[in-house]
Design a binder for this molecule. Structure first.
Ligand code: WT7
Length: 652
């Protein structure tokens, strides 16, 4: 099936950093012909080295790789100090609060705030290089200061998204053995204060590794203070020096951990290191968003996800750009909020998730027309496949058919974009991530043979050579790192990185991502392990067995569908009916994971479809959840009749 194709805006292409397919091909070929030369040159050009590196790539212990070994640098200095000569009065961060309050933080302000923060962590909390610091924060500038302060003193930050529950926070704190938590009393959502500190309190129990908690007072609501453990940032920061010498870090010193879902119940602490990560964060800002010196760039993600790390904080600041940070909800007070912000701040690049686009489209088909969106040059999407109707609305109504849409495909583990159009070069097709970026050897492979698949065939989205911003490990679990990412596909006798996604090539060699091949689902662009949701549901003693699958959802992309077998049917006296039981189960999910994992559907069934060896047939459950008729052979099931029963219960 041939899709419509849109050429890059010719005016825009004239000044674009990569302005034609010729340039793209040149760069791509250069990286293929001399991989290390390509990366080595960029690393020298783009980064400020305290000590130059000795080698570009060391693969001798693959999949444990080293980039730019021997080099020394500091990521906080990359993002701040080196801009002071030329950009000290330029806005680094423009913060817009939920209630419309705006704060402009220049590079000099950022320098001072981050230095003070670093001194606080060192002097008052004794944080040292290599210590883990958990950040559980709302979208306020102090979250960025905290990240950069950790980077400055060599501490490894681990941000936990503010929507996660105390149980989820506790697990992540304990896995990382964090001795400090940075949080806020709370923040504002839809003009009302909400709280975070009580969640932190509940996450720190007997035996917790946490020694100190730093609380940014944002909404000044009443919180409990534990003497000797909890401290007010607003108080401690007052007398700190605005100078803190940064730590000289090795290229491969860890920068941060970020927990993400996998195929088991336990999230993985994805580890990113210093030099390679910051290099690609900066390069993709310049290539994919084509951010220019006077541009204002806005990414609507939360710092709790990788998008917030790479494309709100590290990437924009590394290149010296102006990044917008937004505390609020993009549909509040109405669906005009983001467009009002684009107009007010004269935003040039806007980056958001397909879910947000679908919701904004649904709530306000004609709303963008009411605003002056003429500053926009590049529109981005990330996190899940975007459907053609949402793409079309974004292109025509938001971008007035003159802005490129960059459908950026990547993941927590890749650190930055992997497959994406370049706005001044790549002819785009709706809902298509198009081509690998120069330097990235992304290929769709046949999992059986390791051969590149041909047009129209599906295969596994792989990356056949290490790249600078790749995951360096799963915290505390070397084996899981190797097994999760290098266990499925072998090409030319070598284990290659497998993303977990399926994909295919079209007639132009363009890549379309079709979604996960494992038991990971994508809810509103958030990655959710079905095993994690199952583990939470099993905490209810009435639950005998459970299987969770994804189901297509109009706005969220995928919704969560749970099949539950109860021990005593529905005759437990605690629950009047299945609605009461559903509420109870979703309550448990909120407690164990957070509201983001609440199930859209829960059905109580008499038994799960299993093979004779006891394996749950998820394929069947996925098909039933989608409303499909089961036509495949089910005679090998332990009890084939259960399929008809479930079908009837779900689809009538
Ligand atoms: C998974 C990664 C990437 C940052 C946000 C999510 C899916 C991501 C796209 C896209 C189709 C996409 C993949 C990937 N995904 N971007 N443009 N088109 N699918 O990071 O939580 O690590 O999730 O999101 O399935 O594996 P994440």
């Amino acid at each position: 099936m041939s899709k419509q194709i849109f050429q890059p805006n010719a005016e825009f292409a004239k000044n674009a950093n990569i302005g034609s397919m010729d340039e793209y091909n040149k760069l791509m070929n250069k990286s293929k012909d001399n991989y290390e030369g390509f990366w080595g040159e960029y690393a020298k050009e783009k980064l400020d080295w305290i000590k130059p590196f000795d080698s570009v790539l060391d693969e001798s212990n693959a999949p444990f790789v080293k980039w730019f070994d021997g080099g020394k640098l500091n990521v906080s200095a990359q993002c701040i100090d080196r801009h002071l000569d030329t950009r000290k009065n330029k806005a680094a961060i423009i913060f817009e609060g939920d209630r419309g309050d705006v704060q402009t933080i220049t590079y000099l302000d950022l320098y001072k705030n981050v230095n003070k923060f670093s001194n606080l962590l060192k002097e008052d909390f004794g944080v040292k290089k290599g210590d883990r610091v958990v950040i559980y924060m709302p979208m306020i500038p102090e979250a960025a200061y905290a990240m950069l302060a950790c980077a400055r003193i060599g501490a490894i930050h681990s941000i936990v998204f503010g929507g996660f529950s105390s149980e989820a926070l506790k697990d992540r704190i304990e896995d990382a053995e964090a001795k400090v938590v940075i949080t806020a009393d709370g923040a504002y959502r839809k003009t009302k204060p909400y709280m975070l500190k009580p969640v932190v309190d509940a996450a720190i129990t007997e035996g917790s590794p946490v020694e100190k908690v730093l609380v940014v007072e944002r909404n000044n609501e009443e919180v409990t203070w534990v003497a000797g453990r909890d401290y007010s940032y607003n108080e401690l920061i007052k007398n700190k020096s605005t100078h803190c010498r940064y730590e000289e870090m090795d290229s491969e010193d860890p920068l941060f951990l970020l927990y993400t879902s996998g195929s088991t119940g336990k999230p993985k602490g994805v580890q990113h290191n210093s030099a390679g990560y910051i290099l690609w964060a900066q390069m993709t800002m310049e290539w994919v968003f084509d951010v220019k010196e006077n541009d204002t760039y806005w990414c609507t993600a939360d710092v709790g996800w990788i998008t917030g790390h790479t494309y709100i904080v590290y990437g924009p600041l590394a290149m010296g750009a102006t990044t917008v940070m937004f505390e609020g909800v993009i549909t509040y007070p109405d669906a005009g909020r983001p467009w009002a912000m684009v107009e007010n701040h004269r935003i040039n690049q806007f980056y958001t998730a397909p879910t947000a686009i679908r919701v904004l489209h649904k709530m306000g088909e004609d709303t963008p027309k009411k605003y002056d969106l003429s500053s926009l040059k590049v529109l981005g999407t990330v996190g899940e496949p975007i459907d053609p109707p949402a793409w079309k609305w974004y292109y025509e109504e938001v971008g007035s058919s003159k802005c490129a849409i960059v459908d950026t495909y990547w993941q927590t583990e890749t650190g930055g974009h992997i497959v994406s159009p370049l706005p001044g070069a790549t002819p785009i097709k709706p809902a298509c991530a198009t081509l690998p970026l120069p330097g990235i050897m992304a290929e769709i492979l046949d999992p059986e043979t390791g051969e590149k698949v041909t047009e129209g065939e599906s295969g596994y989205m792989c990356i056949t050579k290490p790249w600078p911003s790749q995951i360096r490990g799963v915290w505390g679990d070397e084996e899981r790192y190797v097994k999760s990412y290098f266990g499925d596909v072998t090409k030319d006798g070598k284990a290659v990185y497998f993303t977990g996604d399926g994909a295919n090539y079209d007639e132009d060699g363009y890549i379309t991502i079709t979604g996960r091949t494992d038991d990971v689902i994508n809810v509103s662009g958030h990655r959710m392990g079905t095993a994690e949701v199952e583990a939470a549901l099993k905490k209810e003693s009435e639950v005998a067995e459970v299987a969770v699958v994804g189901k297509p959802h109009e706005l969220k992309g995928e919704g969560i569908f749970a099949y539950v077998v109860l021990k005593h049917g529905l005759d437990d006296s605690r629950f009047e009916d299945d609605v009461a039981m559903m509420k109870n189960l979703n309550g448990i999910i909120k407690k164990e994971i957070g509201a983001i994992a609440v199930c859209d559907d829960i059905v109580f069934i008499p038994g799960l479809p299993k093979t004779r060896s006891g394996k749950i047939m998820r394929r069947i459950l996925r098909a039933i959840a989608k409303g499909e008729k089961i036509t495949q052979d089910i005679s090998t099931l332990e009890d084939p009749s259960v399929v008809a029963t479930i079908e009837k219960m779900v689809n009538g």
